[in-house]
Design a protein around this ligand. Structure first.
Ligand SMILES: Cc1cc2nc3c(=O)[nH]c(=O)nc-3n(C[C@H](O)[C@H](O)[C@H](O)COP(=O)(O)OP(=O)(O)OC[C@H]3O[C@@H](n4cnc5c(N)ncnc54)[C@H](O)[C@@H]3O)c2cc1C
Length: 408
């Protein structure tokens, strides 16, 4: 029997994996209620107000090698032998059935290898003053909002609860399109959990100057005054979507090792539902960003077809376009790290914050935040994925040229 590869979730990680398996001649089954109709999520929060295209489908069709199963996976049961002996299903030439996916249609699908790629579900807090408030996490939600924007002939007043990337994208894109926007946040600093202080200070100053208003220390959505906003978007995080395996679901996400394997033999996890706990890019929470979901999908196709055997090590990065402002992270960056160095462009707006593995001059560069300077983000990614990682001492040298170094 050949490999029976089943991917649950046809978002970015699942679709990329399916495409890459097919390119290697390996048949796969892709399970998702929306298989064949899934789309990119990033445009949803950026193009609600500017009339640009926000529906960008992935364009993966079913074929001889890709079988769509349009259903929701309810649970997985592992084959008894797999559950007891934990064989390494990735390497076997003649793999055994490792488990079965049970679908809401009542059907079942057996697999030798299963990739969990079920993404996340947005939290949706109730805002008493705005019973129609909704997150902007999927196409239906974006279309609901867009219909209201298109129906309006006047400037809209938009309320946003939450000041992470998505909330800021909604508010800043509304203001950039001539509307009003107020962001309500629990603490005092927007983007507090995403970016270091110099970057978030500069970004938030630009947003304030553009007209975005902020209401801080808002701990209870019931305190948001009703009747003020024409439209209300919530953006207070998301949690991994998890399917029980033999009746159990992890507390937070699927913990995976450096090769994206879960602790269940024959089961891997990719993208937003996975938390990488080992290897160079281990993190306390899912990476939850587009480039990582894509490289996870590609990596698993390469690994499970035997093309590679090394751990997943693509430099993770994130992009967020907030109105006219563009902010990026690459590698390992922490909002509170003290081991950083700032380099500002003479224009006073563009900047990079370099993150190091420690305080000493020989501490290697581990991550970079870039504000408003896309070519330098590209250079940072090249440097972090190269073999000549610069040290703190090198980068502190005023003559150090990141772009030139990235081409060595
Ligand atoms: C509005 C928005 C804006 C974003 N902007 C950015 C950005 O600017 N930059 C960036 O780097 N990242 C951004 N992201 C994050 C990025 O889109 C995600 O990290 C990426 O889509 C994750 O891919 P995924 O395949 O893990 O999950 P998803 O793309 O979410 O796909 C999960 C799929 O699993 C399916 N599924 C779930 N449960 C089941 C089940 N039980 N059975 C079958 N199928 C199931 C779902 O239907 C879905 O199709 C944004 C996300 C959102 C929501």
């Amino acid at each position: 029997m050949g490999k029976r590869i089943v991917i649950i979730g046809a978002g970015l990680a699942g679709t990329t994996a399916a495409r890459e398996f097919a390119e290697r001649g390996q048949p796969v089954t892709l399970i998702d209620p929306q298989a064949g109709e899934t789309y990119e999520r990033p445009p949803l929060s950026k193009h609600l107000f500017d009339g640009s295209r926000y529906h960008l489908p992935y364009h993966l069709g079913s074929s001889e090698l890709v079988t769509f199963v349009r259903a929701r996976a309810l649970q997985i049961t592992l084959a008894e032998a797999t559950a007891q002996s934990q064989p390494d299903a990735s390497r076997a030439d003649d793999p055994e059935i490792a488990g079965t996916v049970i679908l809401d249609s009542g059907e079942t699908v057996e697999f030798t290898h299963c990739i969990l790629a079920t993404g996340m579900t947005a939290n949706a807090p109730h805002v008493p003053g705005y019973p129609d408030a909704l997150p902007v996490y999927d196409l239906d939600e974006a279309e609901w909002i867009r219909a209201r924007v298109e129906a309006s002939t006047e400037q809209l007043d938009v309320g946003v609860l939450g000041s992470g990337y998505l909330g800021m994208e909604v508010a800043t894109s509304a203001v950039a399109a001539g509307h009003r926007a107020t962001v309500y946040l629990r603490g005092t600093e927007p983007l507090r959990r995403q970016l270091s202080q110099p970057v978030r200070d500069a970004l938030v100053a630009a947003h304030r100057a553009a007209g975005v208003e902020f209401v801080t220390n808002l701990t209870d959505p019931a305190d948001i005054p009703g009747g003020v906003h024409d439209l209300f978007v919530t953006s207070v995080g998301a949690r991994p979507e998890l399917i029980p395996i033999d009746g159990e679901v992890p507390e937070f996400a699927w913990d995976v090792n450096e090769k994206l394997a879960t602790s269940h033999a024959g089961v891997w996890a990719a993208g937003d539902c996975a938390r990488v706990t080992e290897g160079p890019y281990a993190l306390a929470h899912p990476w939850a960003c587009e480039p990582v979901a894509e490289t996870h999908g590609r990596y698993l196709a390469q690994l499970l077809t035997g093309e590679i055997d090394q751990p997943w090590s693509d430099v993770p990065w994130h992009w967020s376009f907030q109105g006219p402002e563009k902010v990026f992270t690459a590698g390992l960056t922490r909002p509170d790290s003290a081991d950083t160095m700032i380099r500002r462009h003479p224009d006073g707006k563009k900047m990079q914050v370099f993150h190091f593995a420690g305080p000493d001059a020989d501490a290697p560069l581990i991550g970079v935040e870039t504000l408003g300077w896309p070519p330098m983000q590209a250079a940072a990614r090249r440097v972090l994925s190269g073999n000549l990682i610069p040290t703190r001492g090198q980068i502190e040298d005023p003559d150090f040229d990141l772009k030139a170094h990235s081409r060595l």
